[in-house]
Design a protein around this ligand. Structure first.
Ligand code: HXC
Length: 510
């Protein structure tokens, strides 16, 4: 009996070594952890249950039958994060560069099926070179099945992809279907084809970082939702991140008890808005002062900074915050900001996370570059996302809410549940100067007359009261009471029930 037990331990020890000590050392030398070290850091201590440790590939081409490594380049299983069940798979770069064979795919598929069946989040840790080249179409078939399951699970369980090394081919397409992608700075890359192929096909010379590093995907392409300095920081932040997400679209949101009083007032907010309406202020100050303990997990921080998206909590329960940022492009809505916010709104709606929208928006960005880039369609994405969302929607207009952007930003007209305005709100078709120059064009030569018209327009329209008179704003509130009012409104909306008409699925302007 003892011999059998010893044999199991020996086989386990071999599997745990993956591609061998030399490759593990090389991995460490690059500043990266191994697949198992990553899983251990991410999950609660001793909670990992590994599956399929002894799975081998079945390839017999290119001498592969003599080159078998148990586990075949991916570590899979489940464990807990802060006590909640999650499923994980982590690519092992030390085994054939983490590349995907048919059996490697079967391991991932098993975990995907379990996560969906048992309604728990799935987290993929990627450090892999795509399809196992020696396996050819068998590997492509494996990817296809992974992609299918990614798609079926979308909107049912949260799917998170962590990019922790060079990733190519299928190892970027699967993450692209998931809800969130986070990267490690300087050691992780995402590209469909690597720099060598790029050089061959387009004769472009480009480094891995320039082609698909975190510096590109968090700023230019917006593929990644965030980046962290190293493996450890990323994994610890992901433990924090998971706490904002429900386990599935039918689970309750997780509650994190807080000592932050739901009735807390914040007097400093009464002076947040500058006297000069063209002077910016930092919307993040309002977010941090509103949410529990100032704890805000921002997404896509370095892309389309004119809109802020992220998770916070109010009275222990997660909310999704969408806020115009006057510090960047005066908070204007452009194509990038619209796409960024639309995707976030849809995630929150899938998973029953209430939306709190903070509005200070001068409108949509005019100009040929925006129009040629499809601003109409991208802006419509955000409008569509807000309009279809059935989660509780609370809106606070702090200053400007002009034109179409007023409608878009979770207004009453697209089923905002509770719409508040600060006394400093200006809800109008456009700013006073622009409006006067159009409707009093004949007076343009007379500065005094124009100034009088501007003053008149400001007095009449640049306030919350015209909208409040019509019931478009439920109440004009004191800025210092914002947290209290939002907490109360969320409580009041806790049992909100709205159903959209039956449809196979909608046709959002993609
Ligand atoms: C088999 C692979 C592999 C692959 C890497 N390796 N990629 N083995 N299939 N796809 C192996 C290498 O042979 C090497 O083995 C080890 O992994 C480490 O690779 P290196 O190249 O030494 O590492 P590095 O210099 O860090 O470069 C990593 C890399 C590069 C950027 C990922 O290996 C690379 O470009 N690989 C190919 C990427 C690719 O084109 N994949 C196919 C995509 S098509 P040894 O034994 O030396 O340690 C695809 C189809 C799906 O994925 C598309 C769906 C839409």
């Amino acid at each position: 009996m003892q011999t059998i037990l010893d044999e199991l331990e020996e086989r386990r020890a071999v599997a745990r070594l993956g591609g061998g000590q030399a490759r593990i050392d090389a991995q460490h030398k690059k500043g990266k952890l191994t697949a198992r070290e990553r899983i251990d850091l991410f999950l609660d201590e001793d909670s990992f249950e590994e599956y399929d440790m002894f799975v081998d590939h079945r390839c017999t081409d290119f001498g592969m039958e003599k080159n078998k490594i148990p586990g075949d380049g991916v570590v899979t299983g489940w464990g807990t994060v802060n006590g909640r069940v999650v499923y994980v798979f982590a690519k092992d770069f030390t085994v054939f560069g983490g590349s995907l064979s048919a059996t490697h795919a079967q391991k991932i598929i098993k975990i995907q099926d379990m996560a969906l069946r048992n309604r728990a989040p799935i987290i993929g840790l990627f450090d892999a070179g795509g399809a196992r080249i020696q396996e050819g179409v068998a590997a492509l078939g494996g990817y296809g099945e992974v992609f299918l399951r990614n798609t079926m699970a979308s909107g049912v369980i949260p799917q998170i992809s962590l990019i922790m090394g060079p990733c190519a081919g299928g190892d970027v397409y699967s993450p692209a279907i998931t809800d969130f992608i986070f990267m490690v700075r300087d050691t992780s890359y995402m590209f469909v084809t690597g720099p060598d192929v790029v050089k061959t096909v387009t004769n472009e010379t480009v480094t891995a970082e320039e082609l698909g590093g975190a510096s590109i995907h968090t700023t230019k392409s917006s593929i990644a939702d965030g980046a962290f300095d190293n493996d450890v920081e990323l994994l610890l932040q992901m433990r924090r991140f998971i706490d904002f997400l429900p386990s599935s679209n039918v689970s309750d949101v997780p509650i994190l008890p807080t000592n932050d009083d739901a009735e807390r007032t914040e007097m400093s907010l009464d002076t947040l808005i500058p006297d000069n309406p063209n002077q910016p202020y930092d919307m993040k100050e309002l977010i941090h002062k509103m949410v529990d303990d100032g704890d805000f997990f921002e997404l896509q921080e370095n892309f389309a900074g004119n809109i802020i998206t992220g998770f916070g909590r109010m009275n222990g329960k997660p909310i999704g915050v969408i806020a115009n940022q006057p510090m960047v492009l005066a908070g204007v809505l452009d194509s990038d900001a619209s796409r960024k916010a639309a995707r976030f709104v849809r995630f929150c709606d899938c998973f029953s996370i209430p939306l709190v929208t903070l509005v200070d928006v001068p409108g949509f960005l005019p100009g040929t570059s925006q129009e040629y880039g499809g601003l109409i369609k991208h802006g419509a994405k955000l409008l569509f996302a807000y309009a279809e969302a059935t989660v509780p929607k609370i809106t606070i207009i702090t200053r400007k809410a002009y034109g179409g952007a007023y409608d878009v930003m979770s207004s009453k007209h697209i089923r905002g549940d509770v719409n508040y305005a600060w006394p400093t709100a200006e809800i109008a078709v456009m700013g006073a100067k622009g409006a006067v120059e159009i409707i009093f064009r004949k007076d343009l030569g007379d500065a005094d007359k124009i100034a009088a018209h501007v003053k008149d327009y400001e007095d009449r329209f640049c306030s919350p009261f015209v909208a409040a008179e019509r019931g478009y704003i439920d109440e004009v509130i004191m800025p210092h009471n914002t947290r209290r009012r939002v907490c109360r409104a969320l409580n009041m909306l806790a049992n909100k029930t709205v159903e959209n008409p039956w449809k196979k699925h909608d046709n959002i302007p993609l």
